[in-house]
Design a protein around this ligand. Structure first.
Ligand code: UDP
Length: 256
């Protein structure tokens, strides 16, 4: 596939600019670092509040939204393991970090008037609901934002895989991955000034071109279940609603 797809193809696959959202149910995946804002570690309340407002804008458009967050701002299992920790224990710590981020996101969303539920893949009844698919579906039908915490609940997986799994289970029309950049590039645009942005890619391109967007398990799940993945910048305020309407910049990964 060419680097930048012909405009015709892009128009065919992406919603018309400023049109009503073509998506009914969307899963928003954010890395833990997205919640860190300008900080070196942890959570930045201003950034989290701004993202909550961005999510509210999409909910107000009538789109059902669920969220998966990571925990790179707190703890990653692989870093623990590279420092000599038992990998499974380190991954459990990573998943608990995800629960912290999910609760923070829940609090910020409720502050702007969005009804939410947190459902964790690791049961912790005093803190949030356990993950129950049918209950999650019902929450979303009632207009609540469901935040899926603790990834897949299993070590050796990533929150991207958790996102692809939940998006598949929830029959989402789109997995929207909010990142630091406005799409997928031929190389890291922060390091390589000649890097070019792709408008559209196939799932297999991510694997064959070894693009560092999502791990192979997450890509395979999305592909198998035909869930398009949209990569966009979560850093710009208001951008989530914009890309859901088909405005702004992003890369779409699908087999169309
Ligand atoms: N994790 C896990 N199983 C999962 C999802 C996450 O063990 O299904 C752990 C793993 O240690 C990972 C950490 O949680 O490093 C945080 O997730 P991730 O690295 O995907 O966060 P992100 O990069 O999205 O912030």
């Amino acid at each position: 596939m060419s680097v930048v797809t012909a405009m015709k193809d892009i128009e065919k696959d992406q919603p018309a600019a400023s049109a009503k959202p073509k998506y009914k149910r969307v899963l928003l995946k954010m890395s833990g670092e997205a919640l860190m804002g300008p900080k070196e570690f942890g959570l930045d309340p201003e950034t989290v509040a701004r993202i909550a407002q961005d999510v509210k804008d999409v909910v107000d458009m009538g789109v059902e939204v669920c969220i998966v967050v990571g925990a790179g701002n707190i703890f990653r299992g692989v870093s623990g393991a590279s420092n000599g920790m038992d990998r499974t224990t380190a991954d459990h710590m990573g998943m608990l970090g995800i629960v912290i981020n999910a609760l923070c996101m829940q609090n910020a969303l409720e502050n702007v008037g969005v009804k939410t539920r947190v459902q964790s893949a690791i049961q912790m009844d005093q803190v949030c609901e356990p993950y129950i698919r049918r209950k999650a579906m019902r929450h979303m039908e009632k207009g609540r934002v469901v935040i899926f915490a603790a990834g897949t609940g299993n070590p050796y997986f990533t929150s991207d895989t958790g996102a692809a799994l939940r998006a598949s289970e929830m029959n989402c029309d789109l997995l929207a991955k909010g990142t630091k950049v406005n799409g997928i590039y031929t190389a890291d645009p922060h390091k390589d000034p000649t890097a070019q942005k792709y408008d559209q890619l196939g799932y297999m391109d991510i694997l064959t071109k070894d693009l560092k967007v999502m791990d192979a398990t997450a890509v395979s799940l999305a592909r198998e279940n035909k869930i398009p993945v949209m990569v966009f910048s979560i850093r710009e305020p208001g951008n989530f609603a914009k890309v859901i309407k088909g405005d702004g910049e992003y890369t779409i990964v699908s087999d169309k």
